[in-house]
Design a protein around this ligand. Structure first.
Ligand code: ZN
Length: 144
């Protein structure tokens, strides 16, 4: 397949891209090619439509922030509820270690769907391209 840019308005919406990536773990554009290679690794490009997933270096970094954010949110919720109701103490657990373990576990399990969602957003807002084309609203399209 030759280098082809995604034309404006050609992307699916964020909701459909998220459904394809987060739930089905498939390509956000065609819904066919698999997205992940292992637990957290992603393919370089779609095996079906040649969409390049990580079209820019470090494109994955936002997914790290989302995964960490999920863990931080759980830690904050547990901390405030512990201060208000002392429920972790009453269970006979050490609050600090319980919150730390819950936060790390949440970050671990949230990372994969967070990565899928992050890449759905990158796709929706034009940070992916087909073949070797430059990502972005104009890409390699000389007509624009
Ligand atoms: Zn595809």
């Amino acid at each position: 397949m030759g280098a082809r840019t995604i034309r404006p308005g050609e992307q699916t919406g964020l909701l459909r891209a998220s459904w394809r990536l987060v739930i089905r773990e498939r390509c956000p554009h065609c819904g066919q090619g698999r997205f992940f290679t292992g637990l957290f690794g992603i393919r370089e490009r779609c095996t079906h439509c040649d969409l390049r997933y990580e079209a820019s270096d470090g494109a994955w970094i936002g997914s790290l922030a989302l995964g960490y954010g999920a863990g931080a949110l759980i830690a904050a919720l547990m901390s405030f509820s512990q201060v208000a109701w002392h429920w972790i103490d009453e269970l006979g657990l050490d609050p600090l270690w319980t919150i730390a373990a819950a936060s790390l576990t949440t970050s671990f399990f949230a990372y994969r769907p967070a990565k899928a969602f992050w890449f759905a957003a990158l796709y929706r807002w034009d940070f992916m391209a087909f073949g070797d084309a430059t990502p972005g609203p104009h890409g390699d399209n000389p007509e624009v």
